[in-house]
Design a protein around this ligand. Structure first.
Ligand SMILES: Cc1cc2nc3c(=O)[nH]c(=O)nc-3n(C[C@H](O)[C@H](O)[C@H](O)COP(=O)(O)OP(=O)(O)OC[C@H]3O[C@@H](n4cnc5c(N)ncnc54)[C@H](O)[C@@H]3O)c2cc1C
Length: 420
């Protein structure tokens, strides 16, 4: 006979584990979490360079894109940073705050985080089954039939927390998005890689600076010159193009804008505090010095030499030896250089997914589907993506907490009560 349980969680990543733990802690017996991965928690282990950037000391809806800020705020408000810190502390994982505002385990080891979550799931009575890839889910009566090569399960309630499409080798290959669709949900018009490095035209001079990082501003600018998105952070040149927080944070804006706004460009400012006129004036103040030595005051030497080379200016020249046109062109290059992006490196290299199931299709107080009663959704599969810094995990913890607690509460209310 097919096993029937009150709740099945499909996907035991950050959001699914959080949901299962809180469903179990709320007193729901027989919670099963299924995951296709042989080894659980791949993304938790690779996160933050193996240290797992669990959250950020200051999280608000402004750190996210997708959906609407008001909707994101409501979910984040249910399980904030302090709740997250307390939750992990109670599991024996103390978090420390770094200068950037990011929170990491004091152990500097992501295994601490994963092990604590797995223990918490076990203590909450959750049965973790893996590898157990779910191939399809169907509505059956008021519940769900869940299929895989491992067999079939019947569940009164279902939480889908299968992630988006980023890092598909971890198991998050988008199959869960298709399951949500098969149950009646829609997806945003575009589902694209986010927090992903950007590729430049082959042989672009910035690629010759591979390994060099410097503070910069990147802007997505439309054909009318309007700034559609701006990031200011460290930029890393690589052999294929641009990476580092500045490039990763702007990537989703670039990808989404360039397809709808013809003429959209990516601008790079290596002197982000100055506009073109101010940079021109600053160059002029360096009278009597070589441009190399003037620019080196603010920029790494490798970058300075490459920039001057591209501008066709000899490094030993002084600013007086440039005519006004050449000087203005150099100032523009320093403050608003158009960089020819050919695309991004795709889901294989993306840290998260932009787009997914629209938040308007779920009740924010329970993360329950508005279309399919008994189905809850959590994590990256929803149309919410955060910037670099621990914001994506915070979304996973918060939405997982809400989904798991609410699913348990509804299941308990639906239980037949003993006759008094
Ligand atoms: C390299 C990298 C580094 C990152 N670093 C950070 C960081 O430091 N801080 C931060 O906040 N965020 C970071 N992120 C983002 C963060 O990992 C994600 O936002 C978060 O893991 C999303 O959680 P999730 O539970 O929604 O999805 P996932 O973590 O993707 O979990 C989904 C789970 O569902 C399972 N699954 C999928 N389909 C099926 C199926 N059909 N059947 C059964 N199981 C299935 C998968 O195996 C997986 O275990 C990083 C991401 C990457 C790729």
């Amino acid at each position: 006979m097919t096993e029937r349980v009150p709740l099945v969680v499909v996907g035991a990543g950050a959001a699914g584990l959080m949901a299962a733990i809180h469903a179990g802690r709320a007193g729901l017996h027989g919670v099963i979490a299924l995951d296709s991965a042989r080894r659980l928690g791949a993304k938790i282990l690779v996160a933050g360079g193996g240290r797992c950037n669990v959250t950020h000391h200051a999280v608000s809806e402004r750190d996210y894109a997708g959906s609407t800020p008001a909707a994101i705020r409501r979910v984040l408000g249910r399980f904030g940073v302090e709740d997250c810190v307390r939750f992990f502390e109670a599991l024996g994982v103390t978090l420390k705050r770094e200068d950037t505002g990011k929170l990491f385990p004091v152990s500097d080891d992501a295994h601490t985080v994963l092990t604590a979550l797995l223990h918490a799931a076990e203590s909450a009575g959750v049965s973790l089954r893996h590898p157990a890839r779910v191939i399809a889910v169907h509505r059956e009566g008021t519940g769900f039939r869940i299929h895989g090569d491992w067999g079939t399960l019947l569940a009164d309630r279902l939480i889908l927390s299968t992630g988006g499409r980023s890092l598909p080798k971890s198991g998050s290959d988008g199959a869960g998005l298709e399951m949500a669709q098969s149950l009646g949900h829609s997806l945003t018009e575009r589902v694209v890689p986010a927090l992903v490095p950007l590729k430049l035209v082959e042989g672009h001079w910035l690629t010759s600076l591979s390994g060099l990082a410097f503070p910069a501003e990147l802007r997505v600018v439309d054909a009318a010159g309007r700034k559609m998105a701006v990031t200011r952070a460290s930029l890393l040149c690589t052999h294929f193009g641009l990476s580092g927080p500045a490039a990763l944070d702007i990537s989703r804006h670039w990808t989404l804008a360039r397809n709808v706004e013809p003429g959209t460009v990516l601008q790079l400012a290596v002197l982000p505090d100055l506009d073109e006129s101010a940079a021109d004036a600053w160059l002029l103040e360096g009278t009597g010095r070589s441009l190399l030595s003037r620019l080196r005051e603010r920029l790494p030497e490798r970058l300075t030499r490459a920039l001057l080379d591209q501008a066709g200016v000899e490094a030993s020249r002084s600013v007086q030896q440039l005519d006004r046109t050449a000087r203005r062109a150099l100032a523009r290059m320093l403050t608003a250089m158009v960089v020819p992006v050919t695309g991004d490196r795709g889901f294989t290299y993306a840290e998260t997914t932009a787009g997914g199931v629209p938040l308007r299709e779920v009740r924010l107080e329970t993360m329950e589907s508005r279309l399919v009663p008994g189905l809850h959704l959590a994590g990256e599969m929803l149309d919410v993506d955060g910037r670099i810094g621990g914001f994506n995990f915070q979304w996973a913890w918060a939405s997982g907490f809400v989904a798991g607690s609410a699913a348990a509460e509804s299941a308990r209310r639906a239980e037949p009560r003993p006759i008094e």
